[in-house]
Design a protein around this ligand. Structure first.
Ligand code: IFL
Length: 459
């Protein structure tokens, strides 16, 4: 496929590791456009590495130049490629986007006798295909997304409507009935979009029923815990958290309202959020945190914060709690200033990391972008810039961007894995945050938990 002149320049700049300055700088005294061009150049460079060393594979290992599979154990579904598509498109890396779409149309087949996580497969692959479809309108992308959703549907055939955690893509065999609110209830934006585009209500109905089933089992404090049995609805843990296992359950309640105007989703979001603000909010040395608490008594059980919870300030602000959302983002920004890259776990009471790695995470950039969409305060761009520049400094490896084994070491210790979400999330958040691109409607849009744009592209 032929590359445009702009794309060739982007690749050249990235290969040299330089920021694209020149004309863009002249037109933009604060350097945001130059930064956007640098993000685009890094994306082009990383894509070219993926193409050369891992084309059609799930995830590149950027230090060794090899690859690994996910969500299937031994078979590849081009995860990174699918996740990258709408990011390439919004950046105007059009020939690379077309290359990727051509691969999907010719080579992506979900009829594989293997087991996947229902949640991960939905947010990454169904979401990636739908956002690529939103970018270019190609009907084959929608058909592939629908085929995949049909293969996940057997997981939802439980007495409660909450899905099993794993399903076999070919046989429909299911496994693991104890799972989390995030695994159960992170479907409505993608599946509602599928219903809207195909005219088949089953997808939206299934997703909504699962989310409602979690909400209906909340405690008397209106909190949910991290683990539940989908066959009998009995909770298997007592820990309420805004981090891992629950995070995108809250996010998709709000999103059901934002994307579809579903008033019941808003009511559920408001009830859950009021409870979290009442029972989990902790102020310490001028910083705001959300403690893990017992979901029935409200007693604090841990001061450890997942890095994954860093997205939550953006969600709170979207839901109307702008001041408190901004405060939570600032708490994480202080940790970022201290370590350069956020540790996966952080204890706010001890002011120390509890897990020293970082899985190339997008959450702080995600929150900064959501706040930027709401008030255009340059502070959020600055937090995004710090996130991006630290990534360039510490995560760049020979064949792409990698995760970190220890953020406290100097130089930081690199691991060897580029997760699929990197292609869909932070690279897109940075670009949208810095570029003011006309391909995106900054006033009316929707990005999923995986950063997939399901509303807001301007073709
Ligand atoms: O898959 C990503 C997504 O944002 C999510 N949870 C974690 C991943 C990124 O850290 O919902």
């Amino acid at each position: 496929m032929r590359m445009s002149r702009r794309e060739i320049m982007a690749g050249t700049i990235a290969a040299s590791g330089m920021v694209a300055c020149g004309a863009a700088h002249g037109a933009d005294a604060t350097g945001w456009q130059a930064l956007a061009q640098d993000v685009k150049a890094q994306m082009a460079w990383a894509w070219d590495q993926y193409k050369a060393h891992a084309w059609g594979k799930d995830e590149i290992k950027p230090v060794s130049g090899t690859f690994s599979s996910f969500p299937l154990k031994t078979h590849h579904l081009g995860l990174s490629l699918v996740e990258a598509l709408d990011t390439l498109w919004v950046m105007g890396l059009d020939s690379r986007f077309e290359d990727g779409v051509a691969w999907v149309k010719a080579d992506l087949d979900f009829a594989v006798d293997g087991e996947v996580s229902v949640f991960e497969t939905s947010i990454r692959l169904i979401g990636g295909l739908l956002s690529a479809h939103h970018a270019c309108g190609d009907a084959v992308l929608l058909a592939k997304a629908r085929d995949l959703a049909d293969r996940l549907l057997p997981a939802f055939a439980t007495p409660t409507g909450m899905p099993y955690r794993f399903v076999n893509l070919k046989t429909g065999a299911v496994r693991e009935s104890v799972t989390s609110p995030a695994d159960i209830a992170t479907y409505l934006p993608e599946w509602g979009t599928l219903s809207r585009l195909t005219g088949d209500p089953r997808y939206a109905d299934t997703a909504r029923k699962a989310a409602t089933a979690v909400f209906d089992r909340r405690s008397r404090l209106d909190l949910v815990a991290t683990q539940i049995n989908v066959l009998n609805g009995a909770w298997q843990s007592r820990r309420a958290t805004v981090g891992s296992y629950c995070d995108s359950f809250f996010e998709y309640l709000w999103d059901g309202w934002q994307l579809f105007g579903d008033a019941e989703c808003k009511r559920m979001y408001d009830v859950c959020t009021a409870a979290i603000l009442k029972h989990q909010q902790v102020w310490r040395d001028g910083s705001l945190w959300f403690a893990d608490v017992d979901f029935e008594t409200g007693q604090v059980v841990s001061a450890e914060q997942d890095e994954l919870a860093a997205f939550y300030g953006g969600l709170l602000a979207q839901g109307g709690a702008a001041r408190i959302g901004a405060a939570y983002v600032e708490s994480w920004a202080k940790v970022q200033d201290r370590y350069g890259v956020l540790p996966e776990g952080y204890d706010y009471a001890a002011a120390q990391p509890t897990q020293r790695g970082n899985a190339l995470r997008p959450e702080l950039a995600d929150a900064a972008f959501n706040l930027w969409l709401l008030d255009r305060n340059p502070r959020w761009r600055e937090i995004g810039r710090t996130h991006f520049l630290a990534m360039k400094r510490w995560n760049r490896a020979a064949y792409g961007y990698t995760d970190i084994a220890d953020v406290t070491a100097r130089p930081m210790l690199q691991a060897d894995h580029c997760p699929g979400y990197w292609w869909s999330e932070q690279m897109k958040y940075y670009y949208l945050l810095f570029s003011d691109t006309p391909r995106f409607d900054y006033a009316n849009n929707y990005l999923s938990t995986e950063g997939n744009v399901l509303l807001g592209f301007r073709r």
